[in-house]
Design a protein around this ligand. Structure first.
Ligand code: WTA
Length: 654
């Protein structure tokens, strides 16, 4: 591997072992974990088959475990049948029907609790409503909702009847929503009049109307939840209020027995091209790992209150809000609003008042909250919290230590969980009662997950601290099945590099002398802004869609709160804008990208230039641009540049 970026740079020597007290109460003790690893090593398929039989309730038991006849399109438990919603809800009714499933808090402080029995009734009524509106197994349904219980109800209702949901994050724009509706060929949209975030209303219905104004011929119905109550347009014949749709429906809906491989959902995520890919997940394999990891990693038991702060628009909100913890019978917290509303104490206030015991969030949120100072968390009683987690990006040791001392009071293990939209569930993480943690490392793979670091030729990198490609050597049940409508892209993106021998995650990583994994970042053109994946190409396509932009190149640079931020170089039609004009255009372009993709994609920096540096063969010299954006020394050969004077413009000096 020649790329300098991939050389390991982080060195962290501190270790934190779980307390004897935590271990004594934990689900998995050192001997249990060891036994699970040994079982998976001795008989991989047998290991997964045993878990699938223990954890899931089957309508028709499976006899095939792993079908690799169409590798790398792997399939699991292929002749089995079950229903995901029944496995999250109905299975609990006898033993914990009255247990709280969801504790909801709105941004304005409104609260609502749903027991497992109530949630099952609501899901069933909405599932009946979906059928009455014409939805059937296999139909795609787009969910574009605020973080309210109805978002989970809608997802679970789709699962109950076998409709394939595709949740689109409420922060995405009308254009991004339209692209996803069209790619999925969706039949319905489930949305709300609006949602609340950071003190303002997110106009979800308005954005839906704008998306549907063009090219979404497949959409037949739009179901609209009344959340904010502000005025919106309803299109007769197409739009129906949620309350009206469920009004006449029974609260009993027999869950449909579906094949294990029946697609549960699509979730669009960014890749190296301008077009987001619809990651397709299965039913049984997905749920198995969402449930297992909820138990193993978050150690959930009946007295826990689990709060995963992720929005259901992301994979974390699928696996650790809508599915995994419910399958495990836990009580979850859902919160509609922003983390600093009305102030930076909101999360900690909620932890105290709702009695949160296990808290899971993103490093970017921690870095943002840390800046406001310790006085916010220190105002609240956080003594019920017993376990903390992070996900989405590498956590810097400083934020880790703050989490450990100020939030966890040096008492709580921190699980730094590495996984991806594609993996469906957590792959590498400390097991809280067992693994000694090191700030910044996701430590080791879970039982049954064969991660490795390899060099360019696919050989394991043995040397401690040498970097390479992060790969997964064996298929696992919750892996993505394909990219919706584009299996060639699935193979090309995840498998071709090493001739289908193993799954290529797209991250670089290294291992230390203890075998612990350290994630170093993406290898492809994906940036991680506030824990959210964005393709640089997506932002570039948005920029060039502006009528005055001729060409654009987007790179990332480190950002102390967001992790990475977007830096765009733009070539404008006509004279290169400078001074006040450049300032005005920067704002215009930022807003433009916000409209095209969503606010998270807005570039932090825009630099106007007469042209972009290219190689003789016409390729944009992205590494050079990255070095300039980061203020690093230029090591590339610039003698081939058409116009060397351009360097000063790129640096912002001319
Ligand atoms: C990054 C989020 C370091 C990584 C669940 C991965 C992480 C991408 C971690 C997936 C972690 C996620 N440490 N990096 N603990 N967790 N990542 O699909 O680059 O939104 O490939 O899934 O986030 O992002 P995605």
């Amino acid at each position: 591997m020649t790329d300098k970026n991939i050389e390991s740079i982080l060195i962290e020597k501190r270790r934190f072992a779980p307390s004897a007290e935590f271990t004594a109460g934990a689900r998995l003790k050192p001997a249990d974990l060891e036994a699970l690893h040994a079982e998976a090593a001795a008989d991989y398929e047998g290991f997964w088959a045993a878990r699938a039989r223990e954890e899931l309730s089957w309508d028709k038991p499976f006899t095939t475990v792993l079908d690799d006849s169409k590798a790398p399109n792997y399939a699991w438990f292929t002749d089995g049948e079950l229903n995901v919603s029944a496995n999250c809800l109905d299975v609990h009714l006898a033993e914990r029907g009255d247990k709280t499933a969801i504790i909801f808090e709105g941004e304005e402080g409104d609260r609502r609790n749903l027991s497992y029995r109530e949630l099952t009734s609501e899901v069933s009524r909405f599932a009946n409503a979906l059928q009455a509106q014409g939805a059937a197994a296999g139909d795609r349904i787009v969910i574009y909702m605020p973080m309210v219980p109805e978002a989970v109800i809608a997802m679970q209702a789709c699962a109950r009847i076998g409709a394939i949901h595709s949740v689109v994050f409420g922060g995405f724009s009308a254009n991004a929503l339209r692209d996803r509706i069209i790619d999925a060929g969706a039949k319905m949209v489930i949305t709300a009049d609006g949602g609340r975030r950071g003190g303002s209303v997110i106009e979800l219905k308005q954005a839906t109307d704008a998306a549907l104004a063009e090219g979404c011929a497949s959409i037949e119905k739009v179901i609209v939840l009344k959340r904010t109550g502000h005025e919106i347009n309803m299109t007769a014949g197409r739009d129906i209020w949620w309350d009206d749709a469920v009004a006449e429906q029974s609260d009993v809906c027999e869950p449909v027995a579906l094949n294990a491989e029946h697609p549960l959902f699509l979730l669009y995520t960014s890749g190296s091209t301008g077009k987001p890919k619809g990651i397709q997940h299965s039913s049984a394999g997905y749920l198995l790992q969402a449930k297992l990891t909820s138990k193993w990693v978050f150690d959930l038991n009946d007295s826990d209150v689990f709060w995963c702060t992720a929005d259901v628009g992301w994979i974390t909100g699928h696996s650790y809000v809508a599915y995994g913890p419910l399958a495990a019978g836990a009580t979850i917290v859902m919160y509609e609003g922003g983390p600093v509303y009305p102030d930076a104490g909101r999360f900690w206030k909620m932890c105290e008042e709702l009695g949160v015991t296990v808290f899971y969030t993103a490093p970017t949120a921690l870095r943002a909250l840390m800046k406001f100072g310790d006085e916010f968390p220190n105002q609240y009683d956080l003594s019920k919290i017993r376990l903390l987690g992070t996900v989405g990006e590498p956590i810097n040791p400083e934020a880790w230590m703050w989490y450990h001392t100020v939030i966890g009071k040096e008492r709580c293990p921190i699980v730094d969980t590495w996984w991806q939209t594609e993996t469906g569930g957590i792959m590498m993480t400390p097991v809280p009662g067992v693994t000694a943690t090191k700030p910044g490392s996701c430590t080791l793979a879970l039982p049954g997950i064969m991660t490795d670091v390899v060099d360019d030729s696919g050989n394991s990198v043995e040397a401690a601290d040498a970097g390479g490609y992060l790969v997964i050597r064996k298929p696992w049940p919750s892996m993505l099945r394909t990219i919706w409508g584009d299996n060639d892209r699935y193979i090309e993106t995840y498998w071709e590099k090493f001739r289908n021998r193993f799954y290529v995650a797209g991250d670089s990583a290294h291992r230390d002398a203890d075998g612990y994994f350290w994630i170093m970042g993406r290898i492809d053109d994906v940036v991680n802004v506030s824990g959210h994946r964005l393709g640089t190409m997506e932002v570039e396509s948005a920029l060039v869609a502006h009528q005055r932009v001729v060409e654009a190149a987007v790179v990332s640079r480190p950002h102390d709160v967001k992790g990475e931020s977007i830096f765009a170089y733009v070539v404008f039609r006509g004279d290169r804008p400078t001074g006040a004009e450049a300032e005005a255009l920067t704002k215009e372009l930022r807003d433009w990208v916000g409209e095209q993709v969503g606010a998270i994609a807005k570039p932090d920096d825009i630099r106007f230039t007469d042209n972009l540096p290219k190689t003789r063969s016409g390729k944009i010299m992205r590494r050079l641009l990255r070095a300039i954006a980061r203020g690093e020394e230029i090591t590339q050969d610039t003698s081939t540049l058409e116009n060397e004077a351009i360097l000063d413009q790129l640096r912002g000096l001319a």
